[in-house]
Design a protein around this ligand. Sequence first.
Ligand SMILES: Cc1ncc(COP(=O)(O)O)c(C=O)c1O
Length: 364
Amino acid sequence: MTKIPIAQPSTGNEEENAATAVIRSGMLAQGPAVAQFEKEFAEYTTTRHAIAVNSGTAALHAALACAGIQSGDEVVVPTFSFFASASCVSMCGATPVFVDVDAKTFTINPDRVAEAVTKKTKAVIGVHLFGQPFDIHPILEICEDHNLSLIEDAAQAHGAKYHKKKTGGFGKAGCFSFYPTKNMTTGEGGMITTDDDAYAATIRKFINHGQSEKYRHTMIGYNYRMTDISGAIGQEQLKKLSMFNERRISHAAYLDSHLHVKGLITPYRMPESDHVYHQYVIRITPAFPLQRADLIAYLADRGIGTAVHYPVPIHQQPVYAAQNKSTSCPVAERLCKEVLSLPVHPNVTDPMLKTICTTINGVI
Ligand SMILES: Cc1ncc(COP(=O)(O)O)c(C=O)c1O
């Protein structure tokens, strides 16, 4: 039986050779490979600065902390996302204020953001979820009206576009992840993009122990540096990113046009967006012939991997539930019960796509 994993990194000889060259050079920590990767990523995202770090979570923490987010501040966050979209706020000692998402796009709902702003609000984190940019313009407007920083969580959206412009260049900062399931990987890793020179300089200090020069520490910082091994792998992955995204987009188009079961809703793509399908997320609504859990088991028995992104909205996670008892996000709460991610990554082949569709269509 063909196994079709839900995620699989696409690496080859190029990444192996690049990593080996760094190991043989003896310069394993941060050095010229990271500098080159940062230069190329800034060019790719058309931003003035790209600062490499060792995870997407580190990118979000650094972006918020260096934007001045601290204890007593509130940051508006969509509750339907990966946990790190909100935990980075708590890392700064601030309070995440959870808002609901749009039922069609699954991304942060601008109307809910407007309602959530208070005198304490200092920033909004928008998540380009599953590879689709959130509706950026209305949220930028709210941020401008209230003097808030917009942080783009672009961990799942390398190369995605909104009105033809790439993610990472709209807000005060764009934060990317290079975890192995992502559209490109460095093993673990992350990147912060920004057009603000002074802010970029502060972030560079923050991710390197707050050092302004060697052994002179002018702020409390962290060791969030990327290694040169990761930087070398990142350069090779970036060369392949457009090809990876094209494969994801073409797989999604196949799934869109071949999945036909009552109660199964395929992903919505905003006309103003270029979606890069980090995940292909369907909804299994009550009209579908099986419960979601039964469909997952049925597909697993037939070698098809799936995943639920995400089973619990962040405001209901044990660590946040007590403070958010009165928070109501009905769309996210329903989505958590209905969503199911199907394999869409670049290693999925045409026969695999056919198997996925015929197997799902065969449930009736
Ligand atoms: C939306 C989102 N934000 C942040 C992160 C954190 O990235 P990392 O796992 O590289 O720390 C992820 C990674 O899963 C993510 O999907």
